[in-house]
Design a protein around this ligand. Structure first.
Ligand SMILES: Nc1ncnc2c1ncn2[C@@H]1O[C@H](COP(=O)(O)OP(=O)(O)OP(=O)(O)O)[C@@H](O)[C@H]1O
Length: 215
């Protein structure tokens, strides 16, 4: 189950070669979206890397990120449980669609059968029942996006980091996938941070917008 805790960002400051890229503080409630917008190279993905715990040491960063009472910035990346969706769905080509999801089920679920059942249930939730045995390369862009979403959700994240996950989809599909991601994350009570160049994403997200840019 999701923790349903707010994401708290305290006095975050990220610098590269002495120049400040990001200054941010705020709170993202469960099921809501903070949208981060700004030009290419302004530091949007860098902010997500800081929150996720995989910031390149070339950057210097300060500030604290918490999920409820858990201070994420005190934890290594693998214990933060920050779910991430990128522009590319990044499905493993050597695994079946179901195994792409089953592999993300937390290790506490030891039985392979149970993991598979959870993957099947996840596929069913997004209208992909019967697709479990398929090779991911045989899926459409929208279908791949749905599998990537379910893969991240079964991993029981505390929050979702969305790095332009809709930008490669055509307009109609983009609206559908965006709604699905927001709706599923809302149901799971996950706070979301969405990085985007698209004002329509920000409108659909419905939450506050933080603009980053060259200072
Ligand atoms: N590993 C790295 N080493 C040095 N500089 C880096 C590294 N990663 C990113 N940068 C630089 O840090 C700045 C911020 O990069 P970042 O990827 O966060 O931008 P962005 O806003 O996400 O851009 P885009 O919209 O193009 O994805 C850029 O100037 C980039 O060149």
């Amino acid at each position: 189950m999701a923790d349903r805790s707010a994401l708290i960002l305290e006095d975050i400051s990220i610098r590269l070669h002495g120049r400040r890229l990001i200054a941010l503080a705020g709170r993202v409630e469960p099921g809501t979206v903070l949208t981060v917008m700004g030009p290419s190279g302004s530091g949007k993905s860098t902010l997500l890397a800081f929150i996720g715990g995989f910031l390149d040491p070339v950057f210097s960063a300060q500030g604290r990120v918490s999920s409820g009472a858990v201070v994420l910035t005190d934890l290594p990346a693998e214990e933060r449980r920050a779910g991430i969706l990128f522009q590319d769905p990044l499905l493993f080509p050597h695994l079946s669609v179901a195994d792409n999801i089953a592999i993300a089920v937390p290790g506490a679920v030891r039985s392979p059968r149970q993991r598979r059942q959870m993957a099947m249930a996840a596929l069913e939730r997004v209208g992909l029942a019967g697709f479990g045995k398929r090779d991911p390369e045989t899926l459409s862009g929208g279908q791949k996006a749905r599998v990537a979403l379910q893969r991240v959700l079964v991993s029981e994240p505390r929050l979702l980091l969305l790095d332009e996950p809709f930008s490669k989809l055509d307009a109609t599909l983009r609206d559908q996938v965006r709604e699905m991601v927001f709706a599923e994350a809302r149901t799971a009570g996950l706070p979301m941070i969405l990085v985007t160049h698209d004002a329509a994403d920000a409108v659909a997200a419905g939450g506050p917008v933080h603009n980053v840019g060259a200072e």
